[in-house]
Design a protein around this ligand. Sequence first.
Ligand SMILES: C[S@@+](CC[C@H](N)C(=O)[O-])C[C@H]1O[C@@H](n2cnc3c(N)ncnc32)[C@H](O)[C@@H]1O
Length: 284
Amino acid sequence: MNNETNTYVVDHRSGAEMQRLIDQDHLMNQTMGNLFPGDTDPSSLHSVLDVACGPASWILQVAFKYPHIHAVGVDISKQMIDYGRAFARVRKLHNAELRVMDVLQPWNFEDITFDFVNARLLEWFLKEQLWPPLLQEMLNITTPGGTIRSTEIITNETNSPAFNQILALIWEGWKRDGRAPQTAPNAYVGAGTKMGALFAQAGIPVSGEQEYHLDWSWGAPAHQQIMRDIVVLYTLMQPYLVNTVQVVKEQEYQLLLQAMERELYAPEFKGIWHYKSVWGRKPL
Ligand SMILES: C[S@@+](CC[C@H](N)C(=O)[O-])C[C@H]1O[C@@H](n2cnc3c(N)ncnc32)[C@H](O)[C@@H]1O
C-alpha cells in the first residue's frame, strides 16, 4: 500500500480517546440493535474480523455472545489492544484474539480467512485514495460468500453555529490533507455517502444498507452522551486542526470550543447524527 502509518486525527494513545470510543460503541450498538445485519446468521459464522477495532468493544461482544466464533480485532494502538486483551482475559473470552496492526501496511493473515469483516468509522484515519486498496485487503481475507460491512458517518446536523463552524474546519482539513477531494462541496459530507460506490468499484455487490438517525437534541436520551463525545473528540482534534492541517489558530479554536459547549448545553439545542451501514458478499 504505502509507508504512511499514523494518520489518525487524534492521538490514539490517549486514555480520553479510548473512553470516548468505549462509550460511543455502546451508543452505536444500541441504535443498530444487533451485532450483525439481519440477513447474517451468526450461528453459521466461524471467523470474524474487526478492522481498526479501537478498544475492541464490538469484537469482544461478538466473542462473548457467540463462543463458537473466532473473534479477531486489529488496531494500530497498542494501548487500545492491551486494554482489549486485559478485558478479554478477565471475561475469559478464549475465542478472542487482538493484534496490534497498521492496516495501511500489507496484511498478514496467512493462517485465517474470515466469513464476516466489520469496519466502523475508518474515515478518521483514511485518506481518499486509500479506501480502494483497503477494501481490496478486506476482500482478500474474506471467504467466498462472506460478508464485508462498513459503517460510516453521513453527517451531523445541528443548530449550533460553533459546532457547525468546527465541522466546517474539519472538512477543510480533510480537503487539505487528502481525506476528501479538493473539489468537494463546502459542507461536510461523511464517508457513509460513498461506501456503496466504493463497494461496487471493489467488486463487492451491495446486499444491504441501513441508515441510522440519532437525535441528540437537548432533553433527548442521547444528548448528554453525544455532547460529551463531541466535546472530547473536538478537544483532542486541536493539534490536528491547528498544527497538522493549519485551518485555525489555537486561540480562535479555544473560543470556538467554549462557544460550542455553551450552545450544546442550551435547552434550544437541536442535533441529529446520521450514519449508515453498507454490506455486501464476496462473490462465490
Ligand atoms: C474512530 S476510531 C473507530 C474505532 C472502532 N472501529 C469503533 O467503531 O469504535 C478509529 C480507530 O482507528 C485506529 N487506527 C488509526 N490508524 C490506524 C491504522 N493505520 N491501522 C489500524 N488502526 C488504525 C485508531 O487507533 C482508532 O482506534
